[in-house]
Design a binder for this molecule. Structure first.
Ligand SMILES: [Zn+2]
Ligand SMILES: [Zn+2]
Length: 302
């Protein structure tokens, strides 16, 4: 394993960690899903996820001050030990997360596709205890088959909670983790990496947390999972728009997607990931395993 490089420009303009903007993150995602849905074989599904993202945006705006970041001493202890201040597997979920879930489910029920309606109806009457159990199984990475249809909504509510908390932290006071694959806020795996072409971070690569929407810097051509820099290979689908590529690693057999922002295109890590599942199939077939999940995809094949 190589020593983690930072490779941030010496001008110091680009931050190592980008925290989510709670006012725009889910709204921009909704707009990207909607744009992608227009000309896509999976348009109906992507359009539905656009509505899910809009429901997340509304729920986050309504959640207000119910979601508080960890106390100063917890943050300081985490910084000292170079640990994420929140551990999703063990963190005490604020009770409001279940209200957020019900808000999202209620919002989506209007005009929901028939297949989703039963699941959303069931979620609205699921007991608090059962919802907490489902959240625990999702975050432990050990969901049951029977739970699959409900999990994207559970994940969507937890994304709202963790995004709100992450947005209240101070990025400058958070260290990068030793492993490139560990979110410096919540310890989750990344969903994809992104290369944008605007702002101080333009041209650099950041990986995007699958739960809290935090992004952190990982140098180009470096395996996100094991840090190898010798055996990384790029894959893309010929004739595609070039937005989604995959970087596989011959040292640990993992891969991470790269979502590359083109001109006049507002990319979104979660939406562009799901619009390019064909690329996952290509890289999966070549024997590589994704470095982190996209929780909105769980159960999609059921
Ligand atoms: Zn995170
Ligand atoms: Zn690797």
């Amino acid at each position: 394993m190589n020593t983690p490089a930072t490779e941030l420009p010496s001008s110091g303009q680009a931050p190592a960690i980008l925290l989510p903007d709670p006012d725009t993150v889910f709204l921009a995602r909704a707009e990207r899903f909607e744009a992608l849905a227009l000309h896509h074989g999976l348009g109906e599904w992507l359009g539905f996820l656009g509505r899910l993202s809009r429901a997340q945006h509304k729920a986050l705006a309504a959640a207000g001050p119910g979601l508080t970041p960890p106390a100063a001493d917890v943050l300081e202890r985490a910084r000292k030990h170079r640990m994420p201040p929140i551990s999703v597997a063990s963190f005490e979920r604020p009770a409001v997360w279940r209200d957020i879930l019900r808000d999202i489910a209620g919002d989506l029920l209007e005009n929901a596709p028939v297949g989703a309606r039963d699941t959303l109806d069931a979620l609205l009457i699921t007991s608090a205890e059962e919802l907490d159990k489902l959240a625990g199984k999702l975050l432990d990475g050990e969901p049951d088959r029977d739970d699959m249809a409900r999990l994207p909504y559970i994940a969507a509510a937890l994304q709202v909670v963790l995004t709100s908390i992450a947005s209240q932290l101070d990025a400058a006071a958070l260290p990068l983790m030793e492993a490139h694959s560990t979110c410096p806020v919540c310890g989750s795996l990344p969903v994809v990496s992104v290369i944008r072409n605007e702002g101080p971070a333009a041209g650099l690569r950041y990986v995007h947390c699958t739960l809290c929407n935090t992004e952190w810097h990982v140098p180009h051509a470096t395996c996100v999972t094991c840090g190898d820099r010798e055996k990384v290979t790029l894959h893309e689908i010929d004739g595609d728009d070039g937005i989604a590529r995959a970087e596989s690693c011959g040292a640990c057999d993992s891969y991470t997607k790269l979502i590359v922002q083109g001109r006049n295109v507002r990319i979104d890590p979660i939406a562009d990931d799901l619009a390019s599942v064909a690329l996952d199939m290509l890289v999966d077939d070549a024997g590589f395993v994704r470095s982190g999940p996209n929780y909105l995809l769980i159960g999609a094949s059921e």
